[in-house]
Design a binder for this molecule. Structure first.
Ligand code: VGL
Ligand code: ZN
Length: 205
């Protein structure tokens, strides 16, 4: 399947053990993803990449705490601990991840006023990242999405891939979820399945 691309979402130190927004068992995806990299003719990685004082940080909203939900200019926004601040060690890829395979690195979340879960666009759809054009120009018609976190950036990336005309699969053994607020992972997966994203519980041979 020459037309299939792997999208490695946000496998960054802040989402791994000891990181600012550690996803439970997040580190476990690195070796699983490394084993996948040589199997795809095209691999693209995303990096969550926020300026200091980003609107998704609870610290940017006096009196607010992480995981509280606010209305941010008409969009429901979960507030997060400060994470993936551009250029910091927390924003760097997990040290075990074999980044030599990445044909391109797409950064997202740089507009201080709006969050960006999808690798294709921000949550307000103001800024495309260029990933769709990149994938299309390189001939991809289908994507496999892996990384962190299943219920936020992986899910949003798979949803948008499908909406932009790519066949989309999520390979769950190479993903881990935030799982907050309670039940979020289950709702996210059900939503993806309903859209037509293929969710695989096992890595295909
Ligand atoms: C993510 C929350 C905030 C993710 C990024 O990569 O799933 N989640 N920023
Ligand atoms: Zn973020």
């Amino acid at each position: 399947m020459e037309n299939r691309a792997l999208i490695v979402v946000d496998v960054q130190n802040d989402f791994c053990q000891g990181g600012a927004l550690a996803v439970p068992d997040g580190d476990a995806v690195a070796p699983v993803i490394n084993a996948l990299l040589p199997r795809f003719p095209l691999v693209v990685a995303t990096q969550d990449w926020h300026p200091p004082g980003h609107a998704s940080f609870a610290s940017s909203h006096p009196g607010r705490k992480p995981l509280e939900v606010i209305d941010l200019d008409g969009i429901q926004q979960v507030l997060w601990p400060d994470h993936c601040v551009l250029g910091t060690a927390g924003a760097d890829f997990h040290p075990e991840l074999e980044r030599e395979y990445f044909r391109a690195i797409i950064r997202k979340g740089m507009d201080p006023r709006v969050d960006s879960y999808s690798g294709f666009r921000d949550n307000r759809d103001d800024h495309p990242t260029g990933m769709a054009a990149l994938l299309r120009e390189l001939g991809a018609t289908a994507v496999v999405v892996v990384g962190l976190a299943t219920d936020y950036c992986v899910g949003a990336t798979a949803r948008d891939a499908l909406g932009l005309g790519f066949a989309a699969e999520v390979w769950l053994p190479a993903c881990r979820a935030v799982g907050a607020p309670s039940g979020h992972t289950e709702r996210a997966l059900a939503g993806l399945r309903e859209l037509g994203v293929i969710l695989r519980d096992n890595i295909p041979a």
